[in-house]
Design a protein around this ligand. Structure first.
Ligand SMILES: [Fe+2]
Length: 278
């Protein structure tokens, strides 16, 4: 039986509706696809921006460390023009900090802050700094002010590394028994980083050539440090130093041949050895 005219009109309306729905769905799919492509592009752009930011941050971090290194070199220049002393100091101090169980961040901060321990030598006259013989009492008093001059140079920084560097600069000649300078602090009232640097500085000074002395043999230097356990030096730090003496001596061997490197180069090579990272 043929459809009635009213059924035919209804069917035609359904067919029209279906076409409309189909077209509208097709349009929506297109829009969705376009939105999707837009999102993929945004994600790509975001990734690129993050990579660029990371690279800019890394570059900034490296310039910052390089600047710190050059500042430390300026202070050491008259004493020792290769800068080996501050490289060794940095690595000895970071090693001891790590073995004492400090966090990675604290170890890194000590690594970068320790080279600035003698920054205040900039303010000491050459006639005292480079004097080949023994200093008079008066000259020695003036030499001692490199701690407070350093602290003044490094004061009021917002950067954590420079704040730590200031603590180290002012306290690295304090002694565990309270007979150091400039404040006569004793025991653990001396900041830990300064106690670490106090020991690594003496060890490196004893085993290095200076304008006023030839290097001591390592055994003699180690003997002096042992005798000063609990006197000049924090006994726990002396113990950690001796427990890791092989690694300390390895650093001593290695740094002599790294004259043209900078702290940032050290960071880079350590990071690369550790398998990358940002
Ligand atoms: Fe010093």
């Amino acid at each position: 039986m043929p459809p009635r005219p009213s059924d035919a009109a209804q069917l035609e309306k359904y067919a029209d509706d279906l076409v409309r729905v189909y077209k509208s769905e097709k349009q929506k799919r297109k829009e969705l696809e376009a939105a999707n492509q837009q999102l993929v592009k945004f994600a790509d752009d975001l990734n690129k921006t993050i990579l660029e930011l990371k690279s800019a941050y890394q570059e900034l971090q490296e310039s910052y460390l390089d600047t710190i290194h050059r500042l430390a070199l300026a202070a050491e220049y008259k004493d020792e023009d290769t800068g080996d002393h501050i490289f060794r100091m940095s690595r000895y101090s970071a090693l001891i900090a790590e073995k004492l169980g400090l966090s990675d961040k604290e170890v890194q901060n000590i690594r970068y802050a320790s080279p600035m321990h003698d920054i205040g030598k900039i303010g000491i006259p050459d006639s005292i700094l480079m004097k080949p013989g023994k200093l008079t009492d008066e000259e020695f008093d003036q030499m001692k002010t490199h701690t407070t001059i350093g602290a003044t140079i490094l004061a009021d920084s917002k950067a954590e590394i420079l704040q730590l560097a200031q603590q180290i600069a002012i306290s690295h000649h304090e002694k565990w028994n309270g007979r150091g300078y400039p404040q006569g602090l004793a025991g653990d009232t001396i900041p830990l980083a300064a106690r670490i640097v106090g020991l690594t500085d003496v060890f490196d000074a004893l085993t290095s050539k200076r304008p006023y002395k030839d290097p001591f043999p390592v055994e003699v230097a180690l003997d002096i440090i042992k005798k000063e356990r609990g006197q000049h030096f924090d006994p726990d730090i002396v113990d950690v130093f001796f427990e890791n003496i092989d690694e300390i001596l390895k650093i001593k061997e290695e740094v002599g041949s790294a004259e043209d490197a900078s702290l940032a180069d050290f960071t880079r090579s350590e990071r690369d050895q550790a398998g990358g990272g940002t």
